[in-house]
Design a binder for this molecule. Structure first.
Ligand code: GFB
Length: 318
């Protein structure tokens, strides 16, 4: 494993976006780091408002920032709300990264997404594929905002010497996910559909698209562990991919979820819904060379996520 380049111990660490799935996983993970975790509710600071962000950061003076706050959603939400996905994400990241520079933050970890890469990028996708071709149209607005976030980290490093780094997680899932069928990502959507089909005794369950696209999934607790690892072990201009390094088709994902949930009906594919990018597997060799590997596999991650949903079915009502 690479030597640590930064120490979190004793530091004040702000998790921006602590109520989201990623932010709450970071708060859980940081409990074992001997640091003080800071959070800001919307009433404390609206992150899309520059003055509110600067006032909050001046008053609270975090030494480390994990930038997990973002407007996120699945393929349909990205397609339906392009202005919100572009504007809100640009504002949040610009406000926080600039305020982090102004207040002398020692380390900032920005979280992006693998949709930053070109639609037809080489697979598995190396970090160098960024900005080498056209984006996937269903998520280009979100992708442009996330690319701007990576570039902000690089620009503040180059011009001001700030230790701001960027990690690019693949498709994430886990406790606290969005289970709204219109706006969610595929994994929570299929978990919900399989659960409800089983409970109602339905014979079929609908899966959007052809079922052919390939996707990679990572449990959010693994992402949080990798982000903390990178904060401690990495300081560089390039963003770093964070993924499992394994892919499966949407059809295979649906079949695995049905097994975990215990739904024995058949799958129906709705080809009127978009497939999105055909394949999106991250090349995780840089992260592995630094010394990080994920802890769990997809089936155990699905089992624990389904157990969490059964224990807290209120998540389906949000
Ligand atoms: O997770 P997802 O919404 O987004 O969809 P992306 C992945 C694939 O799952 C697509 C199929 O091929 C969908 O057609 N799918 C099947 C479904 N059934 C469903 C369903 O019930 N709900 C949903 N949502 N999909 C996202 C980007 O892309 O990836 C975001 O839109 C972000 O910006 C995220 O980058 C990581 O994987 O296509």
């Amino acid at each position: 494993m690479s030597d640590p380049v930064f120490c979190l111990e004793g530091k004040s660490v702000w998790v921006a976006g602590h109520r989201g799935m990623v932010g709450s996983a970071l708060v859980r993970r940081l409990q074992s780091e001997n640091c003080t975790v800071q959070t800001a509710d919307r009433k404390d600071a609206d992150l899309t408002r520059q003055e509110e962000v600067e006032t909050w950061m001046n008053a609270n003076r975090p030494q480390v920032v994990f930038l997990a706050a973002a407007k996120v959603g699945g393929i349909q939400a990205n397609n339906s709300y392009p202005a919100q996905f572009l504007y809100e994400n640009l504002m949040i990241e610009a406000n926080i990264i600039h305020a982090a520079f102004l207040t002398g933050v020692e380390k900032l970890v920005f979280l992006g997404s693998t949709c930053i890469y070109p639609k037809l990028a080489p697979q598995p996708i190396p970090e160098e594929a960024l900005l080498t071709g056209p984006l996937e149209p269903t998520n280009e607005w979100y992708a442009v905002a996330k690319i701007a976030g990576i570039k902000l980290c690089q620009a503040y490093r180059l011009q001001h010497g700030c230790d701001f780094i960027a990690a690019q997680p693949t498709n994430l899932y886990g406790p606290g996910d969005n289970y709204d069928l219109e706006t969610s990502h595929v994994l929570p959507a299929l978990l919900r559909k399989a659960h409800e089909a089983k409970v109602s005794g339905a014979e079929t369950m609908t899966v959007w698209g052809t079922g052919n696209p390939l996707r990679e999934f990572l449990h959010v607790d693994d992402l949080a562990d990798a982000a903390v690892f990178l904060a401690k072990h990495y300081s560089g201009e390039s963003h770093i991919n964070v993924g499992s390094g394994e892919e499966l088709s949407i059809r295979e994902l649906a079949e695995t979820i049905c097994k975990v949930v215990g739904f024995e009906g058949t799958l129906k594919f709705d080809a009127s819904k978009p497939d999105g990018t055909p394949r999106k597997l991250s090349d995780v060799s840089r992260l592995r060379e630094l010394g990080w590997n994920r802890a769990g596999d997809l089936t155990s991650g699905l089992q624990s996520t389904y157990a969490d949903l059964l224990a807290d079915p209120g998540q389906l009502a949000k």
